[in-house]
Design a protein around this ligand. Structure first.
Ligand code: FAD
Length: 408
């Protein structure tokens, strides 16, 4: 079923420094049945499975690798409501009303995710963080001001910091910024493991390694063939396969690029005030955050290709550039990478993900949590899909439609 199998990441992501709870899975030894089959046990599959299990559905999850071994292991986990695509630019692409709705839904998703983590008592080192959005070659200082006005119009007011205010408060020279509040720093593996284990406690069955190899409709049910293994029968299927898109999922709006990241040694006292997320209105952009123990994670330098050999060969050069740029912003920080890694990264032209029913395949849903807001979009996906499977309508579903994406 998978159209492209990717080598999703390489090098040493920082999360390998921290323990995550074990997620026990079984071997699939015989044919099984369920209400909903979730394909993929990254953060998207985990969020969907837990939401469906909470709704009382009989859920099976499979993964061809195992839990948390795809892109979720390589993320830098700045969980932001601020969509990579500035509101002022997104408005030009899909219209102001829809763009504002997408931004507000993203804000709501962050609040919902925070409440969900608290309710389930998932220890994922969650910490609310402010964020600084610096001017750059995508938004010059005057355009950054306009972005602030656009956000205020949508009810998402940010503080504008002039260069002198930014220098005084954060020590960053020669730039202006928008200061927002309420984004989330967390450990993505601990969150994913927590959700998968919460789904298990509600009866979800987890199998790996199991590679879904094709879907067939049999009467009013769906039959999923697995590579060299038994079949899985279900009423619905959710394809949460990350950047490895299934053949039946329309791929025309989807692009996979390459990205790089580093993490330094722990240096909590070197971090900037509030340990704000910092990111730039630039292409390629630079972004950074601080882990719970004071490592600085910094990433970016994206390139518009997905050749994995070329990507991996560039790890020393790209991570060196990232360290230099970090050093230019904060000369007192020790920027030597203790961890350096590269990954595949999915994007769309609008920066919005595609979530919902797969056209012409009744009962099959796909979740593609793209780009720098992937984790926020996984939360939105879990809300939309759980509602659709329950027979309801989410009034924001049109923003993420696979058959008729806005701005296409
Ligand atoms: C370097 C980097 C930095 C990032 N930074 C951020 C960030 O700061 N903030 C943010 O929100 N997002 C960020 N992202 C994006 C975020 O990591 C992704 O959106 C998210 O991890 C995707 O999760 P997923 O569950 O959809 O995919 P994955 O974690 O890749 O999980 C999909 C799973 O599906 C399985 N699978 C695929 N095909 C099949 C099949 N046929 N049968 C069975 N199993 C299958 C795979 O084995 C995989 O485990 C970043 C990504 C990278 C690489």
């Amino acid at each position: 079923m998978v159209k492209r199998l990717l080598d999703l990441h390489s090098g040493r992501p920082v999360w390998s420094a921290y323990r995550a709870p074990r997620v026990p899975t079984s071997r699939l030894a015989r044919d099984v049945r369920c209400d909903v089959l979730v394909v993929g046990m990254g953060i998207s599959g985990a969020m969907i499975a837990e939401a469906l299990a909470c709704d009382g559905r009989d859920v099976i999850c499979i993964d061809r690798r195992g839990p948390m071994l795809g892109s979720t292991a390589a993320t830098t986990a700045l969980v932001q409501f601020e969509i990579d695509q500035p509101l002022s630019i997104l408005s030009r692409k899909i219209g102001r009303a829809k763009a504002e709705r997408a931004w507000r839904r993203s804000r709501l998703a962050i609040d919902n995710l925070q409440a969900r983590i608290a309710e389930r008592s998932i220890d994922c080192r969650l910490s609310p963080r402010p964020s600084l959005y610096l001017d750059g070659n995508v938004l010059a200082p005057s355009q950054l001001r306009e972005e602030g006005v656009a956000r205020a119009h949508a009810g998402l007011r940010a503080d504008h910091l002039s260069p002198s205010q930014l220098k005084d408060r954060f020590g960053i020279a020669g730039r202006s910024a928008l200061l927002e509040h309420g984004n989330l720093a967390l450990d993505p593996r601990r969150l994913t493991a927590g959700l998968l284990n919460a789904a298990r406690e509600r009866g979800a069955r987890l199998y790996s390694p199991v590679h879904s190899a094709g879907i067939e409709r049999v009467g009013d049910r769906l039959a999923t063939a697995t590579l060299g293994g038994p079949a899985i029968e279900s009423a619905a299927i959710v394809l949460a396969t990350g950047y490895e898109l299934a053949e039946i999922v329309p791929a025309s709006h989807h692009r996979v690029v390459s990205t790089w990241a580093i993490a330094t040694r722990p240096q909590p006292r070197a971090a900037w005030p509030g340990q704000a997320f910092i990111w730039e209105a630039s292409d390629p952009y630079l972004y950074m955050r601080v882990t719970h123990d004071g490592r600085i994670i910094c990433g970016g330098e994206d390139e518009d290709f997905q050749n994995e050999e070329a990507r991996d060969a560039l790890i020393p050069e790209k991570t060196g550039t990232i360290a230099q740029k970090l050093s230019r912003l904060f000369p007192h920080i020790d920027t030597k990478p203790e961890f350096a890694w590269a990954g595949a990264f999915g994007t769309t032209s609008t920066g919005l993900p595609l979530i919902g029913r797969v056209p012409h395949h009744h009962g099959v849903f796909a979740v593609m949590g793209y780009g720098g807001n992937g984790i926020t979009f996984s939360q939105i996906a879990s809300e939309l899909i759980a509602t659709a499977i329950a027979g309801g309508t989410d009034h924001d579903a049109d923003l993420f439609s696979l058959s008729d994406p806005p701005g296409a």
